[in-house]
Design a protein around this ligand. Structure first.
Ligand code: SF4
Length: 131
């Protein structure tokens, strides 16, 4: 399993653990609490050690208002490839090139808001809980 895939799995478990510790079960009636608990704003305060961007105070997606970290591991991200990629073919993603990277480049989502706004998380969770 490549590093991207490992990180994706560990991030999802981390979010589940944090919600459980806050007494929030994954259920339709808790959607607003889930969104609040997983916001960049709240996680920066409660779990500053969980992401380097929290201590910087600068979000990884600077253009997104009230950035949400629930789907930090975006379901559209192609973690099967070591260089990553976007299965949704978002035009806002791009490759970042660096000679130190295993493939010489990695997919960069920093300009994309898909799956990172409260509205998108609400839509995602409603679909998740009702289908
Ligand atoms: S470019 Fe956007 S939709 Fe595609 S994987 Fe990244 S955050 Fe998700």
């Amino acid at each position: 399993m490549n590093l991207l895939k490992q990180w994706e799995i560990s991030h999802r478990q981390q979010i589940k653990d944090e919600l459980a510790a806050a007494g929030i079960t994954l259920a339709t009636e808790n959607i607003e609490r889930i969104i609040e608990e997983t916001s960049f704003r709240v996680r920066s305060e409660k779990h500053p050690e969980k992401c380097p961007y929290y201590s910087k105070g600068t979000p990884c997606h600077p253009g997104v208002e009230d950035l949400n970290c629930f789907l930090c591991a975006c379901p559209n991200y192609d973690s099967e490839k070591l260089e990553g990629g976007c299965r949704a073919k978002s035009r806002k993603g791009k490759f970042h090139y660096h000679s130190n990277l295993p493939e010489g480049r990695v997919w960069d989502c920093s300009d994309c808001e898909i799956n990172h706004t409260p509205q998108e998380i609400r839509r995602y969770l409603l679909k998740y809980f009702t289908t």
